[in-house]
Write a protein that binds this ligand. Structure first.
Ligand SMILES: Nc1ncnc2c1ncn2[C@@H]1O[C@H](COP(=O)(O)OP(=O)(O)O)[C@@H](O)[C@H]1O
Ligand SMILES: [Mg+2]
Length: 254
């Protein structure tokens, strides 16, 4: 077993200013000392209520945000300080965001992003073709993205996230806003990524999705880990994973 993500006592505080001349300081402890690790090849879930600190955690893991305290290692390197070693080997998709160009086709989007990653020209065509097939966009690859459904856009985002052949793919709410068929297609893609040996860390509010996809997960509440393990371990004696989840969240809030 090889831990590809190792987080220890990780914290992140946001300081926001408001009021007259922005003199009033407010501190938000978004991530408050979390620890967990993810093994290579796992699909790992990050669960929690809105505002729990999931996106902040993913931003630190993907080198986009500096931790306030603690250790945050990806592929053996600190995400703050050794980010250059990490960036070419990971990728990320933030669910709500538009990470693709609507005025380009899927194929042209992927060509553009493969140029950004300096992927040699002779490798590009083969790689783009393979990724388009993986995300079920091959037959619409030359239509403009503005003609795509929400599910297709989301699949194109995943394709974009795979262009550098990352060892770890971070997905923040990948199925948010998708209809059942769209969400199912996305889950199928995540299964395929696992078959290819990729590690996936994802957040979602859909507990059925967690049961289907995740090898292990943690539940965070107000920046702290309140439970961790396999879906079956977290479910324990409860009727459903949802029941167990609600109890954990309410137990902590009470
Ligand atoms: N850029 C920011 N500035 C100030 N506060 C923030 C910022 N981003 C997030 N927060 C706050 O940090 C907490 C955790 O947010 P977030 O990580 O986005 O949670 P989640 O993704 O689980 O919904 C929330 O209280 C949120 O309001
Ligand atoms: Mg979030």
């Amino acid at each position: 077993m090889e831990a590809v993500i190792e987080v220890k006592d990780l914290k992140r505080t946001y300081i926001t200013r408001r009021g007259f001349l922005k003199k009033e300081k407010r501190m938000v402890q978004a991530v408050d000392g979390i620890s967990f690790s993810v093994q290579r090849g796992e699909i790992f879930g990050l669960l929690g209520q809105n505002g729990a600190g999931k996106t902040t955690t993913i931003k630190m893991l993907t080198t986009l945000l500096a931790p306030t305290a603690g250790s945050c290692k990806v592929l053996g390197c600190e995400t703050f300080g050794q980010e250059r070693q990490i960036r070419t080997r990971i990728n990320f998709i933030f669910g709500g965001e538009m990470g693709v160009y609507r005025r380009l086709s899927a194929r042209d989007n992927l060509r553009y992003f493969s140029n950004l990653y300096l992927i040699p020209r002779r490798e590009q065509d083969e790689r783009i073709e393979r990724i388009l097939k993986l995300v079920d966009l091959a037959d619409r690859a030359d239509d403009l993205a503005e003609t795509y459904s929400k599910g297709m856009i989301q699949r194109l985002q995943i394709a974009r996230g795979l262009i550098n052949d990352p060892e770890i793919l971070f997905m923040d709410e990948p199925t948010v806003g998708l209809d059942p068929v769209g969400a199912r297609m996305l889950r199928d893609i995540i299964h395929r990524l696992k078959e290819q040996g990729k590690t996936v860390l994802l957040t979602t509010h859909n507990l059925a999705e967690v049961e289907e996809l995740c090898d292990r997960l943690i539940i965070i509440n107000k920046g702290k880990v309140v439970a961790g393990g396999t879906p079956a371990e977290i479910k324990g004696g409860a009727q459903s994973l949802e029941d167990a989840y609600v109890k954990l969240i309410e137990g902590v809030s009470a």
